[in-house]
Design a protein around this ligand. Structure first.
Ligand code: SF4
Ligand code: SF4
Ligand code: SF4
Length: 255
């Protein structure tokens, strides 16, 4: 028995999707080169992208997606009661994700725009941690396969994993990229948690902050950078809200 409360190997894993595109689960399932080794380490009890097995005895629950319906709340609470370790898996689960964009529209307007006026049962997109206790969060839209495998292996082998505390800019500089601020764009790299190897700015696309705020950031300095470059506060607000990952930081800075 390890300190997380489950037998060392194989650890029983369940993966469950809520409101999302299932891209994060697919990231894990698609990795053919390392999938056999990964599967040898775990006992898949419930993971519909990988197996048709359905069992309710799992130690680690990976939760993908945000909560947008009342029945999802009950389902999530039932999974929490069963799991020894519950992991918020992907940006939707960690922050509400792209689904949260509807939170900024009046409910009726969202219904009209998205569902052509047909009534649907929906509530504001809510992150997993607002409903149940979360033991560990893995951000990313989608998650990084390497990072998820490393974290699951850490959990299986008794250690609590860590995410990088520093921002995406560190990885971007390591890749010798031209900074997108110098090309007149707002990039959220200075305030976003690293771990994606700066994949977006390396492709000349500004970071939209899918991994959420880094721990070692200077938000006022970032705001100064935006102002110095004469970039639009409206564009900044839109970018900060894209994944709903900077709600707290943004409000704090404005007040
Ligand atoms: S975080 Fe992104 S890739 Fe993952 S489920 Fe949500 S929308 Fe899909
Ligand atoms: S492009 Fe973005 S991530 Fe890269 S150094 Fe500039 S601000 Fe940082
Ligand atoms: S560069 Fe930013 S938006 Fe792109 S994957 Fe990394 S954290 Fe997400």
């Amino acid at each position: 028995m390890n300190h997380l409360g489950f037998e060392r190997k194989p650890v029983k894993i369940g993966s469950f999707d809520f409101t999302c595109c299932e891209g994060c689960q697919l990231q894990l399932a698609n990795r053919e080169s390392s999938l056999p080794d990964f599967l040898a380490l775990i006992d898949v009890r419930n993971f519909r992208e990988i197996s048709s097995e359905r069992h309710d005895d799992y130690d680690i629950a990976l939760i993908e997606g945000s909560i947008t319906r009342s029945d999802e709340i009950e389902r999530l609470k039932a999974i929490r009661r069963q799991a020894k370790v519950l992991v918020a898996f992907g940006t939707c689960a960690c922050f509400g994700g792209v689904n949260s964009q509807k939170n900024r529209l009046p409910e009726k307007e969202a219904e009209q725009v998205v569902y052509d006026g047909r009534p649907v049962e929906t509530m504001p997109s809510t992150r997993i941690a607002d409903i149940v206790r979360v033991d560990f969060s893995i951000p990313g839209c989608p998650v990084s396969k390497d990072e998820v495998e490393r974290i699951v292996v850490s959990l299986v082998n008794r250690s609590m994993p860590n995410l990088p505390k520093y921002p995406v800019c560190v990885e971007c500089k390591q890749r010798l990229n031209t900074c997108l601020f110098d090309l007149g764009e707002i990039c959220l790299g200075p305030i976003t948690r690293a771990g994606c190897d700066a994949v977006c700015p390396s492709g000349k696309t500004a970071c939209l902050g899918c991994r959420g705020p880094a721990e070692e950031i200077n938000f006022p300095a970032f705001m100064e950078l935006v102002r110095e470059h004469g970039l639009s506060p409206v564009d900044l607000t839109e970018k900060l809200g894209f994944y709903n990952a900077f709600e707290h930081i943004h409000r704090t800075d404005e007040t």
